[in-house]
Design a protein around this ligand. Structure first.
Ligand code: C2G
Length: 437
């Protein structure tokens, strides 16, 4: 018996898919079809998939062409499958031509011509609503949003606004497809979602304007230096039925949720100590102390909660602002130390000591690609990691797409009360900065 295998996402099943399965079958007596699992697609950055795994499997099954259906769960699985199922021929469309040549060591490798004029991407763009995103910025940098949004079928970055017209024009030149709009009302009229990444002092006013024009908002945290103001912004967002979301990508990435699961679920026991350090590596932006602080506080609030007994704030500053700060929190259960280096460079790291295990990340922990768990019982260090693509923006956008589809406006990545706690601390540090001058 000759066995054939082929793989695919098979999203929004169409004739192209049917044709390749039919032709693949002709290469043998038994056809195995590998359908990509959701985690595998998330890991390879393919977040645009519309149908669930169950639906995609069901559609392949309905063709009656597959003798067996398996799920492709990780990169590199294909070789193991060829060996396990004793495959004679591997078939794939010629959009992958050359990419799988290394498999010819294990079995026959056949690339078949794709069916012309049809694709899942095209169907998705026909059936899905596309949201226009506009960026409000004061620097010529998109934080990778343009590229990341482009990989999802439901978002396009279409316009940019800056108080400084030249900046917007430079931005337009740098990012294809993004038009500079000089008039703010005109800018809002052409967008569904606004991404605000300007100086902290200006954010709240832009958020307010965007919300009153019924635009959903993603904004770099902190939204403002005032807790009261941020509360009002949330109230306004609620009244206008729009999303107001922190641009904190970390909370949308799998590995960070694994870390939360472990710490919140008591898997490392009681948390005795939490420490994290963050410093600037973005040379283009001058003073981003409060942005770093907000980001640094995020895992603390998520893991330790917001109910600390007291905080001791040490800052060192020069004429341009805070260059370094150290925040020492006392919680009932343990101690928390957050170090933020704006001009002073500190080693980026995060360490959590629990009564029955500890967790460590060396390097840019907010990128959330891995963590180490030191398990005293197993007496070894285990590494947890997940793949993700780009800087994480598409994972945040995917969460937003789900919220829009489900008609939800409250974010569950970073909850409103968590974001408000962060602002409460930001406000304290700002107060200290002002009183010490
Ligand atoms: N296909 C085709 N004609 C089309 C569209 C797709 O012949 N018009 C083929 C593809 O070449 C592929 C199969 O149908 O062989 C499944 O296509 P996708 O669902 O787009 O799968 P893809 O995401 O390319 O996954 O491990 C995953 C596989 O490597 C491919």
């Amino acid at each position: 018996m000759k066995k054939v295998i082929t793989y695919g996402t098979f999203d929004l099943f169409h004739d192209g898919h049917y044709n390749i399965l039919k032709r693949a079958r002709e290469y043998g007596d038994y056809l195995i079809v590998g359908v990509t699992g959701e985690n595998y697609d998330i890991g390879r950055g393919k977040l645009s998939v519309h149908d669930s795994l169950a639906e995609r499997i069901e559609n392949v099954k309905k063709t009656g062409l597959a003798d067996e259906i398996i799920v492709e769960e990780y990169l590199g699985q294909k070789i193991g499958d060829i060996i396990k199922y004793d495959i004679d021929t591997f078939v794939i469309g010629d959009d992958w031509k050359g990419k799988f040549d290394h498999l010819s060591r294990y079995c026959n490798m056949v690339y078949l011509e794709r069916t012309k004029g049809i694709s899942s991407t095209q169907i998705r763009s026909e059936i899905l609503t596309t949201y226009s995103i506009g960026i409000i910025t004061d620097i010529v940098d998109d934080n990778q949003l343009v590229k990341e949004a482009g990989t999802l079928n439901s978002f396009r970055v279409t316009s940019v606004y800056s108080d400084d017209v030249e900046t917007a024009e430079e931005f337009q030149k740098k990012y294809e497809g993004v038009s500079a709009v000089a008039n703010l009302d005109e800018f809002f009229a052409g967008t569904d979602i606004v991404y605000i990444r300007c100086a902290t002092e200006k954010r709240a006013a832009f958020i307010r304007k965007a919300i009153t024009q019924k635009k959903h908002v993603i904004c770099d945290p902190p939204f403002s230096f005032s807790l009261e103001e941020q509360k009002k912004l949330y109230q306004l967002a609620k009244e206008n039925n729009v999303i107001l979301m922190d641009n904190v990508k970390m909370v949308y990435i799998h590995v960070f949720n694994q870390l939360l699961w472990m710490t919140q679920g008591g898997l490392i026991g009681d948390i005795l100590s939490f420490q994290c350090s963050i410093s600037r590596n973005d040379r283009d932006r001058k003073n981003i102390f409060y942005d770093l602080l907000a980001l640094g506080l995020c895992p603390m609030i998520k893991i330790m909660g917001g109910e600390y007994d007291n905080v001791d704030i040490q800052i060192s500053k020069d004429s341009e602002g805070i260059e370094f700060a150290s925040l020492d929190f006392k919680y009932e259960s343990g101690r928390v130390l957050i170090n933020v280096g704006n001009k002073v460079r500190v080693r980026n790291q995060l360490e959590i000591i629990g009564s029955s295990g500890s967790i460590k990340i060396d390097g840019n922990w907010w990128r959330g690609s891995y963590f180490e768990l030191d398990d005293p019982e197993a007496d070894e260090v285990e590494i947890y990691n997940t793949n993700y693509h780009g800087n994480g923006f598409k994972y945040l956008l995917k969460a937003m797409a789900d919220m829009l589809a489900n008609g939800r406006i409250d974010t569950m990545g970073l909850f409103q009360d968590e974001s408000l706690k962060i602002i409460e601390i930001v406000e304290k540090v700002k107060e200290k900065e002002t009183t010490e001058s």
